[in-house]
Design a binder for this molecule. Sequence first.
Ligand code: 5GP
Ligand code: ZN
Length: 112
Amino acid sequence: MACLFCRIAAGEIPAQKLYEDELSLAFADIHPQAPTHFLVIPKQHIDSLSQATAADKGLLGHLTQVATELAAKQNLAKGFRVVINTGPDGGQTVDHLHLHVLGGRAMHWPPG
Ligand code: 5GP
Ligand code: ZN
């Protein structure tokens, strides 16, 4: 299995796990860009948001819900940012769909 995040989901590569259920896994980003920075991934491999289909609507909603609940647990009541980098121009470097959740500081806009 070559995909990095599939290997993390399978427990083959260690990660600082924050949450796990049958559909999803959340873990700390290895290069945090904010005081709180974690990733929420589907256990099922999907290359990117642009590869998700109508059949994945429920899964995408679930990932968003997990992100929101974990943000609350991580004391991000002042706000947070959810980012899904998609494709080369979107800045995606790992080709397994993932939501970034960033918080603990004020975010800038526009992003770089
Ligand atoms: P992307 O650039 O694809 O949107 O985000 C990929 C993210 O995965 C980056 O923020 C990067 O720091 C993180 N990342 C890459 N390799 C690993 C790893 O082995 N473990 C963890 N926990 N995060 C990783
Ligand atoms: Zn994968």
